[in-house]
Design a protein around this ligand. Structure first.
Ligand SMILES: Nc1ncnc2c1ncn2[C@@H]1O[C@H](COP(=O)(O)OS(=O)(=O)O)[C@@H](OP(=O)(O)O)[C@H]1O
Ligand SMILES: [Mg+2]
Ligand SMILES: [Mg+2]
Ligand SMILES: [Mg+2]
Length: 417
């Protein structure tokens, strides 16, 4: 039979085309079904700029307040860079406030950068911040010095800088941002509390200071972040009084964070955004063996009653001298077990503690296994305005020994009356 007369059973060219079409269909189906099968996070993580996209878009499946924590950590990191630049590069530009306490170009600049980041990410949130721009509006030189710092301070990582909203437009916008921290506070809705430099006197001395940011929702602190540029990175480093050192930056700079119900962490202040923090916890010291405890207090005798605090320590059988350090670095230090107790007994009956001096530290200590109350044993009430008007003094201690510390505080104070 002639070959041409045989009818081929199939056309090989046609078969190749069929396979190609089938292959394409399977490929398209696989791409479409991949996110369903393996979860949207895994799918997005395969794309460029993955970490940025997942953080921005997947908050519904993330732990509560993960986006707020992420932005707060970046904002504190960026503001801390500014404060370090002020310390190393600039005259501090100290001005006296009405209450005679100092404020520097670092305080104003750090506040502007943090508020810019919050306004970009959470435009509807209220903000209570320590500083205001009034003095800068009448002092062109001061304003321009701060603007120069603010516009040139950025995070190294471009995606993180982008997440904070990038640059502020001009010096006038910077002033307006600083004044956005004028909320009266209260117990309704979302309110951020900012202390751009806590322990300004410590900062000026080259000692401890902290960049502090907390988020309150209906008066309850949900997120707390503390940047402590002069504390050792090492959580195990012994607690030493650091009231004006000539230390190098090497091995220093720590970022403490906490979210209500999710524990507390620390990580190097220079760590990249995606790095996980190390879980921290207070030392557990049984209440009957406080002799070995370390207690810390303010450097400034005008901020807490050193004499009363010494009597309390003596009553508790504490043998070591107190460690004096400025700022909320005290809260961070006891939260990671470097110290044990923080006493802040009032010097003047009329002084009202400010919410920005305590919001982040209060949460970080409680999430690390501590308890924080005033001298009457009441929890700090962040929901009544810009001050802790319902409280007097602060006592922070491991939960198991707080009652014993509180009893000693009350004995000493009652004996004075
Ligand atoms: N009279 C009085 N009593 C209690 N607290 C006061 C008082 N005056 C000021 N302040 C606030 O103290 C903040 C400084 O924190 P510390 O006291 O922990 O640091 S220090 O060691 O005393 O420098 C300090 O915070 P910054 O102004 O941010 O440094 C003040 O808000
Ligand atoms: Mg101040
Ligand atoms: Mg302060
Ligand atoms: Mg301050």
């Amino acid at each position: 039979m002639p070959i041409a007369a045989v009818k081929p059973k199939f056309n090989p060219k046609l078969k190749t085309t069929h396979f190609a079409v089938l292959y394409l269909i399977v490929l398209i189906l696989a791409i479409l079904l991949f996110p369903v099968a393996f979860g949207p996070r895994l799918f997005l993580s395969s794309l460029p700029f993955a970490s940025f996209i997942t953080r921005r878009t997947m908050s519904s499946s993330s732990p509560a307040y993960s986006q707020e924590l992420y932005i707060a950590q970046l904002a504190v990191q960026r503001a801390s860079i500014l404060t370090k630049r002020v310390f190393h590069e600039k005259a501090k530009g100290t001005v006296d406030k009405n209450d005679k306490s100092p404020v520097t170009i670092g305080d104003f600049g750090a506040q502007a950068l943090i508020i810019a980041a919050l306004r970009h990410n959470f435009p509807d949130d209220a903000i209570v911040a320590e500083e205001e721009a009034a003095q800068l509006r009448t002092d062109e030189n001061l304003k321009n010095t701060i603007w120069d710092l603010v516009r040139s301070t950025k995070l190294d990582d471009a995606a993180s800088e982008q997440a904070l909203g990038g640059a502020i437009k001009d010096a006038d916008e910077m002033l307006d941002l600083i004044d956005r921290g004028n909320s009266p506070g209260g117990n309704q809705g979302r309110i951020w509390a900012i202390d751009p430099i806590d322990g300004t006197k410590g900062f000026l001395r080259g000692g401890q200071y902290a960049v502090c940011l907390g988020l309150m929702v209906d008066g309850d602190v949900k997120v707390g972040v503390l940047g402590c540029p002069n504390l050792p990175v090492d959580d195990k480093a012994p607690l030493t009084a650091d009231i004006g050192s000539n230390q190098t930056d090497e091995g220093h700079g720590v970022l403490f964070s906490a979210v209500l119900g999710q524990g507390a962490t620390s990580r190097p202040l220079t760590a990249v955004a995606s790095s996980e923090g190390r879980a921290i916890s207070m030392r557990s010291i049984p209440s009957d063996s406080l002799a070995d405890a370390t207690f810390c207090e303010s450097v400034e005798a005008g901020h807490s009653a050193h004499g009363d605090q010494a009597s309390i320590a003596q009553k508790l059988g504490i043998t070591k001298p107190s460690v004096r350090m400025d700022s909320q670095a005290k809260y961070g230090s006891i939260a990671r077990g470097a110290g044990d107790i923080y006493l802040r007994l009032p010097v003047k009956a009329t002084y009202q503690e400010k919410i920005w001096d305590h919001a982040a530290g209060d949460l970080i200590v409680r999430e690390a296994g501590g308890q924080v109350t005033d001298i009457h044993g009441n929890r700090l009430d962040f929901g009544i305005g810009r001050t802790l008007a319902n409280n007097k003094g602060v006592i922070a201690a491991p939960a198991a020994s707080h009652a014993k510390v509180l009893a000693a505080v009350q004995e000493v104070l009652n004996a004075k009356q």
